[in-house]
Ligand binder design. Sequence first.
Ligand code: GAP
Length: 457
Amino acid sequence: MTNKQNDRMEEIVSLCKRRGFIYPSSEIYGGLANSYSYGPYGAELKKNIKDLWWKTFVQTREDVVGIDGPIIIHPKAWEASGHTEGFNDAMVDCKECKSRFRADHIVSESTGKDLEGNLEALDNALAKIKCPNCGKNNWTKSKFINMMFKTEMNGYNGGVYLRPETAGAIFIEFKNVLDSNRAKIPFGIAQIGKAFRNEIVARNFIFRLREFEQMEIEYFISPKAKWEKIFDDWLIKQEEFARLIGIDKKDIKRYQHPKEKLSHYSKKTVDIEYNFPFGFAELFGLANRTDFDLSSHSKASGNDLSYTDPQTGEKFIPHVIEPTFGLDRSILAALCSAYKTEKVDDGERVVLKFPYAIAPVKAAIFPLLKNKPELVKKAKEIFADLSQQFMCEFDDNGNIGKRYRRQDEIGTPYCVTVDFDTLQDNTVTVRDRDTMEQKRISITELAEVLKSFPQQK
Ligand code: GAP
């Protein structure tokens, strides 16, 4: 990372803590490595992105339904999906300073070569690479570790796993959804939820976490379908979703995994990468998982997970196109895209230019002066009314200029000020976050005006 990129990342991390978006977790106990809590505005932002995703891919599509499965599913499911055996990353320790690294990451950072999965090649490359922490060259041999978190569950000897991807819970409920919803292929099952991976090194703020959230769709198709077209359509839909959360087209690029790097279940994988302050990295992914999962679960469970076409009577195991979205990475990309610093008359302002749909607070309501009860009363009445319809905030702290800056920093599209004229003519001043223009608007029209501006943002 260049100094400038580093500074930008630090500014965003610091804003997130200062303004209650994201805090390092367990701080009172000295912290827990790369574990974060979403604060009040972060929780709203997260919820808004989830709602937008659900609306885009479930609510407004006739061919996708949503489920909410458990984090712990039968451990045999992870054997069948290949995760118990093959969901591994290579780690290496520096014998001098005891730092631990993901072997393929230090090799690719220093040589540009992607040797993921090849221990021998990694060890050969490491022989010429110095430890990024202490500068010595004294490595252990690299070795694979499984990334699933294991835990105990009464009645299950041998333990169970926290799911490493939400997809698992979708595949095992395929038959239930089919039977209960009379779904016809092609159709998708969507899910939003936590996933857990015991990453060797979690880093880059909320980019790589051990506990994170995914938004995934398993889209079931006929083995005879022209899957390339379906795959390309999903790629476009994923890129459109990136636009909806405020990402500029120029900050997105596609990366197709070379054949030898594909996951054990995939015939084709394309990552949608975002230009994070630390460089382009995976934001969303799209894979053709073929019939790998349903076939494996059929075999391992002894239950027939095939589908019978109601028209032709043809019976087959569906193939799957899987669009997957990291929620925490979407939040980070939305924050990075929205973060702007602008010169203004009294210096500089920091403003988060979120699209309206994901802004944590849609309107802030201010009484011009906090010591004028008639203004406070009117502002509280407006707050009580508007907050029935969308997320609002009442703020009477400091001068109006300071209150505008505070709302800019959390990305609130509109500030509404109640002043003495309000008491006479029932109008308020509405200030637009992006243009900083102010307009006088009648209170009776306020809700409609605030809701109608946003669509263009
Ligand atoms: N079901 C397919 C699957 O899980 P993946 O590429 O391993 O594929 C999907 O993960 C998405 O989950 C990624 O595109 C990324 O956005 C997110 N993700 C993966 N590992 C993550 C981590 N350690 N921390 C935060 N997000 C992660």
